[in-house]
Design a protein around this ligand. Structure first.
Ligand SMILES: C[C@@H](N)C(=O)N[C@H](C)C(=O)O
Ligand SMILES: [Zn+2]
Length: 244
């Protein structure tokens, strides 16, 4: 626990280039999607987009089987009493689209003088493009992305310096590592909590999206690009329901 809080966050790459990530090849492994609901000892499922009535969001959360194994491995590193709180996993394109336009509206509201290109760039910091191109799927649509935090034994989310889906610059994973930007004495517990989540997840092989302390990837193009692996193993997919 001490080391998880002590080791600083070293996010890579320093600049996120979606166009380069979209060029990583995908060799689909056909790993199935599984529900994250069945390990209540270590995981709490809080499907934020379903709760918030975002179109296309499901009440259960799904991730690839291998991702679930990695998540369990990470959960075993949590000290007694701590649990992961999972906000989102696999995401439909309908939901990705709805989030994209919601975030774009926030950007337009906050920066009314931005050009269309500036608006798009700022939006893409907050949410990936809703893509139906099988060569560059939206990360969550692959079942390889998870949005999550940690709750303590009193059932409270750890203070990460801002909520899930915070659109402020302070949401950048390493924001609180920069002593010139924050009063680190006051923010030391935020720095430690972010390090805790980041180090537990990356220790088992996840990579992080540098703009969001809550977003982690395994097996998709984000992960392959970050890890420098030859190819990604998860492309676009969807859960299978016998009656749908
Ligand atoms: C919308 C936010 N929770 C998120 O997941 N953003 C990343 C960039 C994504 O959409 O893949
Ligand atoms: Zn995410």
């Amino acid at each position: 626990m001490k080391d998880f809080k002590k080791n600083s966050i070293k996010t890579t790459p320093s600049v996120w280039e979606w166009n380069k990530i979209g060029k990583v090849s995908i060799q689909e492994s056909n790993d199935p999607l599984v529900s994250v609901s069945y390990i209540p000892e270590k995981l709490i499922v809080s499907p934020q987009y379903f709760i918030q009535n975002i179109p296309g969001a499901l009440p259960d959360l799904y991730i690839r089987n291998q991702v679930q194994h990695k998540l369990i491995e990470a959960a075993k590193l949590l000290p007694n009493g701590y649990k992961f709180v999972i906000f989102d996993g696999w995401r439909s394109i309908e939901t990705q689209k709805a989030l994209f336009y919601k975030m774009k509206d926030f950007v337009k509201r906050d920066h009314p003088n931005f050009t269309e290109e500036e608006t798009l760039t700022a939006t893409l910091r907050l949410v990936a493009l809703p893509s139906t191109d099988i060569e560059k799927p939206s990360p969550h649509n692959t079942g390889g992305s998870i949005d999550l935090s940690i709750a303590d034994n009193s059932g409270r989310l750890l203070d990460m310096g801002g909520p899930f889906d915070d659109i402020k610059e302070t949401a950048k994973t390493a924001f609180y590592e920069n002593e010139s930007k924050v009063n680190i004495k006051e923010a030391v517990h935020v720095q430690e909590n972010r390090r805790f989540l980041y180090n537990v997840m990356t220790q088992v092989g996840f990579t992080n999206y540098i703009e969001e302390w809550w977003h982690f990837d395994y097996g998709n193009q984000n992960w392959a690009y970050n890890k420098g692996t030859e190819h990604a193993i998860f492309g676009a997919t969807k859960p299978l329901f016998p009656w749908v």
